[in-house]
Design a protein around this ligand. Structure first.
Ligand SMILES: [Zn+2]
Length: 338
């Protein structure tokens, strides 16, 4: 079997690896139908999160179950399944509190940019679709593994409610799907922050009512202007830089909430500034497993089409080009087909 390995900055290789096998009775082996490159893969790709050894890549996946361990009960061979980027037993106290991405027995998924994948804790991690989907539906189902689940969590964490004003910081795939999530939750006004024409268009298609192209303090000033000096009720922070976090805090009204899902890199918050801002902050790695059943239902009934964030589809063996296109912002998100 071949899979994707990062050797160092901008050095992605698609190379021969051992076939995954059942190791524990709770494992499943799935044949990947589609996988993709995540915005968070770009941090190590760019050398901003250095790798000390060749590192297998990929944590977004869906596919057909080939084999299950002797203890697996909820999925069986032949089913089409989607799982989170973090495994969960779905039984421990954190899982019961629906924070499955903090499962006491969590493993971060790696190695998904490959043709076959071992998934630990299959019962608690994977959710099967009602039937094997059509090829057209697979991109949308794939997004539920991370990017759509993460955008949805950003909106949940930011307490998006019907009729409220939402601002979204970040026009990557997560931010765009944060817009879609806010729309689905009934937000009255959705302000997307983007200076990229193609992304602005998709944001509007997903439900954005306003576009703000300014950044930093100017971006905050523009959000204030659009909200009569008050700020947004809910802000989704989908980047993870100091500038984006400060933009989110500055754009939120006192008493408002920020859902932050961009993995922070070099973000430092000033205690006093946070104190006087009067905002709620909630975020972290999205508990995707919590949302999988409902999101599968929304995609299955064609109520949402999050797969539109994929504007580049490549055969898996061209994965290196998939990374390059996203790194150079030529593509919003790359889908890879084995
Ligand atoms: Zn757990």
């Amino acid at each position: 079997m071949k899979g994707t390995v990062l050797y160092g900055p901008r050095d992605i290789r698609f190379e021969e690896r051992d076939d995954p096998k059942i190791i524990k009775p709770t494992d499943a082996i799935i044949r990947i139908s589609a996988t993709c490159v995540c915005g968070s893969d770009l941090w190590p790709y760019r050398g901003l999160q250095p790798v000390s050894e060749p590192t297998p890549m990929g944590h977004e996946y869906c596919g057909i179950v080939e084999e299950v361990g002797s203890a697996v009960r909820s999925v069986k061979p032949g089913q089409f399944v989607i799982g989170s980027f973090a495994t969960s037993d779905n039984t421990c106290p954190h899982c019961q509190a629906v924070y499955q991405s903090s499962c006491l027995d969590r493993e971060w998924m790696l190695r998904a940019q490959a043709s076959v994948l071992r998934v630990p804790h299959a019962d608690g991690t994977l959710v099967a679709t009602p039937a094997v989907p059509s090829k057209d539906m697979i991109p949308s189902l794939l997004t539920l593994s991370d990017v759509m689940g993460t955008g949805w969590f950003a909106a949940v964490a930011a307490d998006v409610k019907p009729g409220k004003t939402v601002a979204v910081v970040g026009d990557g795939a997560v931010g765009l799907l944060g817009v879609l999530s806010a729309k689905q939750m009934g937000a009255g006004r959705i302000i997307a922050m983007s200076r990229h024409e193609k992304r602005q268009k998709l944001a509007r298609e997903f439900g954005a009512t306003d576009i703000v192209t300014e950044r930093g303090d100017e971006g905050v000033a523009r959000i204030k202007e659009l909200t009569k000096g008050i700020g947004a009720d809910s802000v989704l922070e989908c980047v993870g830089t100091q500038e984006s976090m400060m933009q989110a805090i500055g754009s939120t009204r006192p008493g408002g909430s920020i859902g932050y899902v961009g993995v922070p890199h070099g973000v430092e918050l000033d205690g006093q500034q946070l104190f006087f801002s009067h905002v709620r902050l909630h975020g972290g790695p999205a508990p995707v497993r919590r949302f999988l059943p409902d999101l599968i239902d929304l995609v299955w009934k064609e109520k949402i089409n999050p797969g539109k964030v994929f504007d580049l589809t490549l055969p898996l063996d061209q994965v290196a080009e998939g990374y390059r296109a996203m790194d150079e912002r030529r593509a919003i998100k790359t889908l890879l087909r084995p």
